[in-house]
Design a protein around this ligand. Sequence first.
Ligand SMILES: Cc1cc2nc3c(=O)[nH]c(=O)nc-3n(C[C@H](O)[C@H](O)[C@H](O)COP(=O)(O)OP(=O)(O)OC[C@H]3O[C@@H](n4cnc5c(N)ncnc54)[C@H](O)[C@@H]3O)c2cc1C
Length: 461
Amino acid sequence: MIITAGRADRGLEAPGACSRQENSAATARLGHLSRAAADTQDDGAMAHRIVILGGGTGGTLVANRLSRLLGLDARITVVDRDDRHIYQPGLLFVPFGLAGAEEIVRSRHEQLRDGIDFRLAEVERVEAGENSVYLADGSFIEYDVLVIATGAVLQPEETEGLRWGESVHTFYSLDGARALRGALAAFKGGRLVVNIVDMPIKCPVAPLEFCFLADWQLREHGLREDVELTLVTPLDGAFTKPLASERLGALLAKKQITVQSEFATGLVDADAGRIVSWDEREVPFDLLVAIPVHGGPGYVPRSPGLGDELGFIPTDRRTLQCAVAPNVFSIGDAANVPTSKAGSVTHFEGEAVTENIQRFLEGDELTGEYDGHANCFIETGFHKALLIDFDYDTEPLPGRFPDAHVGLPLMAESRLNHIAKLAFQPLYWHVLLPGRDIPGVGSEFHPAAQRADTNATGGTS
Ligand SMILES: Cc1cc2nc3c(=O)[nH]c(=O)nc-3n(C[C@H](O)[C@H](O)[C@H](O)COP(=O)(O)OP(=O)(O)OC[C@H]3O[C@@H](n4cnc5c(N)ncnc54)[C@H](O)[C@@H]3O)c2cc1C
């Protein structure tokens, strides 16, 4: 099914879409954009065929940015397997009744600018050598530039015994968050365990936020004394960067949340109520909230040369050009760049990837640079939140964001940060997804905004 955004259901064909039978030999060669292969516009000029796989955070914002930048010079097609765009940071609030499941979902194609084609289909595989994407319905699409924005998928099946049920839940999916709401409401005491099975995961601070919100809600309900709350993580502390790990670890301890670190989960035994690590340590639970293994979607291993062993896409960490071919770019959780898998990262990458696609189409050197900028609001309960801001080279430090003098406090709990976290949802739909810049918040990391009271530098997360 193809929908042209703003012109839904008129049956317009996506550029280059054809059946497998019609697939004569693919002509465009790697790295040599063929203007002749591009679509012809009404005025006879050629439009570049840009295909974007995934219409989530990254796919949507890059499609809208490119549409604004290139106008009629590009025919843009976004491919996604469903038409439900979930505001994923909102999943955290659903189990606590602080957001309704339907409040965080909108139509995907309605987030795209007029003239962008939305193709409702599952990607079957990418043949980068043919500049073609094959879809599960048997058709294929040819491209001049491909953007991979298919994110990360949950893979509970990778862990023995990990099946969602009465005592085993997750909040990393909409159905999971909804079911967990019922389980939490029925939970009157015992061992509540939050388990990160393995890294990398989306938003590595979300499990900590879940612990903080659970602590708050249990206290509000007078149940905290009856609950042992434990965070079980494969990391050696609360977070991947030293100073933030220390500060967040202290906050967890203050709230009597135990951290079981360096625990690589090998088995979930729901009947006996325990998780077991590969080195045979055990953590008992009455209610388990698991964040399963993440990996790339199933089409990646079927696509020659596209992904690494986890299904993520080898990508230049600064230009966001993929290793498989010069006309393939990646944005968001799909890319294997060494920073957090987060919406903020995806947003900050948008500017560089859009600039580089334009430069690539014009045959120019790729000068757009993503610096690893990431920031995360961490809900800590009691109407407060903490903010961290970092890049490839600088770990989260205290200070203020976005400006050293005025702005949100970094690495410190505040009501202002909580309000900003809640305000982010309308910004997401109305500024970030449409591909606009947030006033006063640039894509680049500004170390000067942070009071460098430590010389420690961060690694990757
Ligand atoms: C519980 C939770 C809380 C979070 N909180 C925060 C937060 O507070 N701050 C923050 O910055 N980030 C947060 N994140 C992370 C953030 O949501 C993601 O990093 C961001 O959405 C990544 O965008 P993306 O475009 O890479 O992937 P997505 O937005 O996940 O989009 C990927 C798209 O690809 C599509 N797709 C995948 N495979 C196929 C296929 N084979 N065929 C067709 N379509 C396919 C999917 O349907 C999906 O629409 C959170 C995530 C979760 C789960």
